[in-house]
Design a binder for this molecule. Structure first.
Ligand code: ZN
Length: 205
């Protein structure tokens, strides 16, 4: 009889413990959810996910037209005269202007590193300073290693992408970007593609 009573009490205790555990778990879950909603309100309202896509076209040199081949030759020539005593990474860029003229530039380094400038910006700023009435149609970018060999296509840094975007917006004309390697050329039709969700002049109007 006593044994039965003890057994019943134990079962009651077990049930109480289980209920308490469930209660604790539920409370913790609700609190965690509240914290999550506070951090990510979008989770409460159906979150939208958008995909941003862009295309890169790949060409062999012989597939490009004469104008682009001439532009790339100018960028390669410019890379030979870069001033890169610290990085030994020589970059050349050439911009094709609306009137067919080509201007080129290369990276200019400085012992105070941030004072130097990339080839793309040297070229763009020179083009805009010297020919402010001319929109830029295309820019070719190439780089060479210490042995003077053209390396795989290099892409512009973030700051240069921002300056490219400004030039595009200034003249309201897409700038075609040619990233030139030893054997292949990657072509992007607008600098906007290189800088998704960019900050541009539309925010300052
Ligand atoms: Zn740059």
């Amino acid at each position: 009889m006593i044994k039965l009573a003890v057994h019943k009490v134990k079962r009651f205790e077990d049930k109480t413990k289980t209920i308490l555990h469930l209660y604790n778990f539920f409370t913790m879950f609700v609190i965690k959810q509240r914290e999550l909603y506070a951090l990510f309100p979008a989770r409460r309202n159906a979150m939208k996910r958008k995909k941003i896509e862009f295309y890169v076209e790949e060409y062999r040199y012989e597939e490009l037209n004469d104008t682009y081949r001439k532009l790339i030759a100018a960028a390669k020539e410019a890379s030979k005269h870069s001033y890169a005593p610290y990085s030994h990474f020589s970059v050349g860029a050439a911009a094709l202007l609306d009137d067919g003229n080509i201007v080129s530039g290369n990276n200019q380094e400085n012992a105070a590193y941030p004072s130097g400038l990339c080839a793309e910006r040297v070229t763009l700023f020179y083009a805009n300073a010297r020919y402010p009435e001319q929109a830029i149609e295309a820019i070719a970018i190439t780089a060479r290693d210490q042995a003077g060999e053209t390396i795989a296509p290099v892409t512009p840094c973030g700051a240069c992408r921002q300056v490219l975007l400004e030039a595009e917006q200034r003249y309201q004309k897409d700038i075609c970007v040619l990233l030139c390697g030893k054997e292949k050329v990657l072509l992007v039709k607008s600098t906007k593609d290189l800088l998704p969700l960019s900050f541009g002049n539309e925010f300052l109007k």
